[in-house]
Design a protein around this ligand. Structure first.
Ligand SMILES: [Fe+2]
Length: 169
């Protein structure tokens, strides 16, 4: 049986690990730790390049599109909500960047926590609702194509950046 979502779920675990580290850092700051902007810069790099580019490239451009081609096999269409949540995440990243630029700890924490909560909930929905729907709805041929497209995009992005280097926890 071909699988098109295991790889994406494994990437979610990497994203959740970083979120966990970010939440711990926010707690430490609230308990008096000195603000290290570098930690949050690394977090933003990870989110932009790993979550946004490397992971979302496979979801938004490949898996979601393949699901929409099979819309008659889905009992509802969760894709617009998922895309909207990806955009909400990008807004939190902008907020974090503004917080860094302004050296504003409160703003950094607020947006980092917001991102963490949004993505934790979002990932839960993808792993438990969306991905099982995708596995059910796509034909074997479509799954082959999706896996092939994943490989192509990964090769392209691996040539542009060092993905392993972005995993800082
Ligand atoms: Fe995802």
């Amino acid at each position: 049986m071909k699988n098109i979502t295991q790889l994406l779920s494994a990437e979610h675990q990497t994203i959740l690990k970083v979120i966990d580290a970010v939440v711990k850092e926010c707690e430490a700051l609230e308990n008096g730790k000195e603000l290290e902007l570098e930690f949050f810069q690394k977090t933003i790099d990870f989110i932009k390049n790993y979550a946004d580019k490397f992971h979302y490239a496979k979801e938004e451009d490949i898996l979601f599109k393949a699901m929409l081609e099979n819309i008659e096999n889905l009992h509802c269409n969760p894709i617009p909500v998922m895309l909207n949540e990806h955009d909400e995440g990008r807004e939190y990243v902008k907020g974090m960047e503004q917080g860094i630029a302004e050296n504003n700890q409160g703003k950094i924490i607020e947006n980092a926590r917001g991102y963490g909560m949004l993505l934790t909930d979002h990932i839960y929905k993808e792993d438990n609702v969306l991905y099982p729907m995708a596995e059910e709805a796509l034909t074997s041929e479509q799954k082959d194509l999706v896996n092939q497209q994943y490989q192509e995009v990964e090769q392209k992005l691996n040539a542009e950046m060092d993905v392993e280097d972005l995993k800082f926890v």
